[in-house]
Design a protein around this ligand. Sequence first.
Ligand SMILES: [Zn+2]
Length: 382
Amino acid sequence: MFSAQSKEGRLICLADGYRADELKRMRERHTFYCPACHHKLDLKIGAKKLHHFAHKPGSACPVPHEPESLYHLKGKRLLYEWLGGQGLRPELEPYLRTIRQRPDLLVNSGTLKMAVEFQCANLNLKEYQKRTAGFLKLGIEPLWIVGGNRLKRSAGCFFQLSGFHWQFSMRNEKLPKLLFFCPDQKAFLVLEHLIPFLTNKTSASARYLPLQQTKWHDLTSSKSRSSYQLDAWKRNLLKFRTTPSRFLSKESKQIAALFYERFQIPLPFFPSEVFLPVPSGYIFAHPVYVWQGHLYLYLTTRSSFHMQSAVLYMDKLVQSKKLKLRRNQRETVVNAVCEYIQFLHEKGFLKKEEEVYYPAGPIFLKPRLAELLKRDERYFSE
Ligand SMILES: [Zn+2]
């Protein structure tokens, strides 16, 4: 960390630009204390690492203080300077006594009350929720920025997102969104329109924002889906159909067995209708063809159905734990089912009279790749 207190209670902030020789003299004359736990701190004057304070090994502090990486220190400092450059007068590592938390940065400017956490280390869901609730209790909106070193790109518009990422993506926003910052590249990366294809392979529209050219509100604004994303989705589906899957989850095997029993087709020949990129589909912690596969079987075994009964059917699968959710949000499940059925209606697969939906024609599924690809083209082009 960059901040410490002197014996007299004066706050010393290393991000304010001290020289190494100044700090060496200060270290000889003064003792530094943690503003949270008041234990003595070591002042590390680094040639490689940025100058920083550190707790002595094994000290008990109410604020978690995993050893800070250079990456974290650099990022925190750049963000501090960046916010300051926009006249937002950020505070670096202020200790908020009532909630015993110390955010990386705090912006308190007019109506804007925001804690910025630059998260580079692991953080479990419980700790994330505790910290978020702490800020909200004080009327402070938390903004979680994930370290760019925590992001892996698979290919094109696809990213490997785990539970660690998803936990940061779903506050207050109608649709999930993730914010990354890389101090080495001095740039943000905003991921929006997150649509999982496989459990750990998610399609997204990515925006690369160099720090120098980015304003605070650019981070919180939203952009529409890039056309490139749908194109990448189609190419990814082609790859899925033509290369064997190495690993299948229990739920994937179950849906594969159900389709084989009903239509005698294997997974790579599943119909285009179970790969629809719908905005709320992220709520299901499964490959897209698992949850849509269940819905597809439901609506093709009935001569007609109401939207409401399709929702209830999915509710039952969730309650019986056949389907797992990323977050317990029934509202989003309802949205996902409605978006799915509306998509099929728009593409002419379903017809609708009054409030009743029914398949537009008889369902034949044949394991012919050329036909499937033609159909994919029709479904996944703008
Ligand atoms: Zn401490």
